[in-house]
Design a protein around this ligand. Structure first.
Ligand SMILES: Nc1ncnc2c1ncn2[C@@H]1O[C@H](COP(=O)(O)OP(=O)(O)OP(=O)(O)O)[C@@H](O)[C@H]1O
Length: 323
């Protein structure tokens, strides 16, 4: 295999701040505590983790906007400290939110401006701007000012902007934040298309587990500055929660402890509530056995039950709560 798109070894980053109103006390915040990972060319690599886990810090270091405290990070074979100029030419990024576009300019003029900034030769620039506007479905709105665009349109334009230099590695930090489900879906389809048509390596973060599960080839779960799990979405699911979730909705007369003890023979049991009813979620890879056992025993207190495939979100919640 050739040079990895991203290679990180023992990467740490600390922030130094101070707290207190009258007496300022220096504080060191360890945001990354020794990250090691490799992303292969053409891979969509997901980074998930709770607020403050260090995802943005890692992306900022890889996009050369922030220096590491120790360790090594390479993008396309170039070191993020000594090779930052080479890296910047070959990557691009979208940060969630709405910064980075000129609202009073049209969509087309925004892209022309960024084409100029990336020194795209003039003879190519017009064609590329047109092509990107078509890709993100804004061709017929190209002469309108961005200030009149919906969030979804702005975010698609952000994506077009990030492709202006034909990046080999694209960093997307919560690109679908604040988008409605339809707009988020359009963006997902685009991200997948960018990868399949141009072989772009994509490093993606999002708090929407469904999005991460659908798009990512592999996912790293970052908790408190360390990678705690790294696998395919399916691998993460199966390791953490099994293939299925059997949800038992409890009646008023249910003896939860007895039911928990019984269900515990088939997997991990989690208590929850939904629409005011008590619920036991059994994470299991043996749903048939559980259902057969349930049918033969006379267990009281179960109002009804249902079996569904497990989702990345089930695994994620257990990983974060158990960390
Ligand atoms: N400029 C800064 N000064 C001090 N501390 C910071 C700074 N930026 C981030 N941190 C701290 O570093 C840690 C990691 O933050 P980071 O923004 O990388 O997390 P994140 O995983 O991207 O979170 P979120 O999901 O909320 O975006 C947090 O404890 C955060 O408070």
């Amino acid at each position: 295999m050739g040079t990895p798109a991203i290679e990180v070894q023992g990467l740490t980053r600390e922030y130094r701040t101070s707290t207190g109103l009258l007496r300022r006390t220096a504080r060191v915040i360890p945001a990354l505590r020794g990250i090691t990972l490799t992303v292969e060319p053409g891979e969509i690599f997901g980074l998930v983790g709770p607020n403050g886990a260090g995802k943005t810090t890692l992306i900022k270091i890889l996009t050369t906007l922030l220096l590491p405290t120790s360790g090594q990070a390479r993008v396309l074979g170039y070191d993020v400290v000594s090779g930052h100029r080479r890296i910047r030419r070959s990557i691009n990024f979208v940060y969630g939110g709405e910064r980075g576009l000129y609202w009073r300019l049209s969509a087309e003029d925004n892209l022309r401006y960024f084409a100029d900034l990336y020194q795209v030769p003039l003879r190519e620039a017009n064609g590329r701007v047109r092509e990107l506007l078509e890709l993100v479905g804004l061709d017929d709105r190209r002469q309108e000012r961005v200030e009149g665009f919906s969030k979804g349109m702005k975010q698609r334009l952000h994506l077009a902007k990030s492709l202006i230099n034909r990046p080999r590695v694209l960093f997307l930090d919560e690109p679908s934040i604040g988008l409605d489900p339809v707009a988020a879906r359009q963006l997902r389809v685009l991200v997948e298309r960018v990868r399949s048509e141009s072989g772009t390596t994509i490093l993606l973060t999002s708090h929407y587990m469904w999005e991460m599960e659908t798009l990512s080839d592999r996912i790293a779960v970052l908790i408190d500055g360390s990678i705690r799990h790294l696998d395919s979405p399916q691998g993460l699911r199966l390791a953490a929660v099994g293939s299925h979730v059997v949800e038992l909705v409890l009646g008023d007369d249910a003896r939860e402890e007895t039911l928990r003890a019984w269900a515990g023979r088939f997997g991990q049991v989690v208590s929850a509530t939904a629409s005011g009813r008590r619920l036991l979620q059994v994470h299991t890879s043996r749903p048939d056995e559980l259902n057969a056992d349930l049918a033969t025993r006379k267990l009281s207190g179960i109002a009804h039950f249902a079996t569904r495939d497990s989702q990345l979100e089930d695994a994620y919640v257990l990983m974060v709560e158990g960390a």
